[in-house]
Design a protein around this ligand. Sequence first.
Ligand code: NOJ
Length: 627
Amino acid sequence: MWGRSRWAETRGSCCLCRVDQFLMLKHSRVGIGLLGASKMSVGKSHTDRQWWKEAVVYQIYPASFNDTNNDGRGDVNGVTEKLDYLKDLGVDVVWLSPIYDSPQVDNGYDIADYKKIYPPYGTLEDVDRLIQELGRRGMKLVMDLVVNHTSDQHPWFLESRSSKSNPKRDWYIWRKPKYDVEGKPRPPNNWNQILGEAHSAWIFDETTQEYYFAAFTPQQSDLNWENPDVRAAVYDILRFWLDRGVAGFRMDVINLISKDQSFPDAEVVIPGQPYQPATQHFANGPRLHEFLGEMRREVLDKYDQMTVGEMPFIYDDKEFLKIVHQKDGFLNMVFHFELVDIDSERGDVPGDARMSVGNWDVSDLRRIISRWQRIMIDGGGWNSLYCENHDQPRSVSHYCDDSDEYREYGSKLLAMMETTLSGTLFVYQGEELGMRNVPLAWGPEEYKDIEVNEMYPNDQEKLQKARRALRAKARDNGRTPMQWDSSPNGGFCPEEVTPWMRVNDDYPVVNAAAQTKPEATSSVYHFWQRLVTLRKENAGALVHGGFELIDETNPDVFSYVRVADSGEKWVVVLNFTGHSATWESPKWGLQWVAGNYADGLDKVQSGGTDLVHLRPWEGLIARQPCN
Ligand code: NOJ
């Protein structure tokens, strides 16, 4: 809860910090003595304050956002209809997951036409109107660019598979079979599929008696980026959308576009299984930089736009920095997976490592987050900040406690963390309401994702285990329809319409209408809204500033300080456990300005000692005004 009156007071008392932070650049080291100037690194020069750094990006999963044509799936006009809701939250940029024409095998990440909209979502004219309406509100649109692969229904692939001599044959990755002792065709190597670990990533084509490569599912055939015509066709798509007024791209698995062209067998790490994980061979290949550099030169540099590359299967900091280095990198930022994989370990559910649920604690969270803050701040790159997206469970269920007792506290705790770290902030639809994972009681039929459908076991014991894992990790958790109000189907679609995916049963309580009411001052939505404002008003520290851990060995509390070039400090204290914890405050004359418990600020202010007692999932934010 925010102490409303104190909030106003403290904002007033420090308005100079915000207004004058540019003027104070030349004194940038002033005020950092308390931490020890050698240890504290302040933020990089603020000369590089591009719009996308301070922007709040809101990701929309179109199928589940807002249905205005009553077919049980969201649509483009449904996004346009909700722009005032997003503007009020403080959103600057809308990122739309794919809306292009698609057979929807992987919910639009299998594109059949990059220049046409999937008819149930609307038309190009609807998108033009969306861009216009966003513009009227000072907002921008970012599209999802999925060009590692197309749908197997894309005309390019239909041509490619039609004959070995077709001019588009080489637009995809075709290889001759190996043959077993009986003379039957076998895949060219042992690589498995990402969304179906038990299957080969090579799909046999009867017509031409060769295999094509498909890293995700058989219906998502990988493009052959070695072919310059493919790259030219991709750049043409980029231009098509940029010329329409789009302000950038989230690039799907963009580090998979260059692959080891010798296609060697992968090391066997799942004994007894014919197909093995091989991402070390088909991610981050030898020509990745060359391809991204070309894309930048040919297209991106010619527009004022932003890029964020989704980059799984990469574990080398230096490699990340090369990609996003602000001077000579290729993309503005990347999505890494270290935080969302905090609890991933192999072997919980047969058939899929991604569904594992391992243990983690605050020291893991602290290690991962501070590592990434350091890599980018010290190395001249830029972070993306996200806890949720359409491939991840809901963050309050993942990192906190989504029980009725603690859901709101946990959601607000995460909001405090995300809005006070260095980087560009990405909020996923429903995160601002504290939406949670699907109920454990839901049966397998409620899960719609192809990944789950590939793996559901028949045997009862495995099924129970799988059910727990799915409830924790399945992508479906983040894909349930938005909960707009307490009417049937949560206001996502009319009562008489069956939504493409069941609405989470908690919609009568967890919904936007209840949380945006002016009197719902303590709702998760309003908390996010205030934090977003705080972040924007104090971007010098909270977006661009330095980052340093405090109390690095505390077993329960993740705490850190953000420092503006002006010397102004912001301290963030987050109890990432379901029990009480203590934290010793540095003697910095802190003014406490935000907390997720109604009486949190009063308690900490009247505590009279430097020892702060925190309740389960309690978080606090304080400021030390500049001297
Ligand atoms: C990453 C996307 O986020 C995911 O949803 C999709 O299944 C794969 N890439 C394949 O496009």
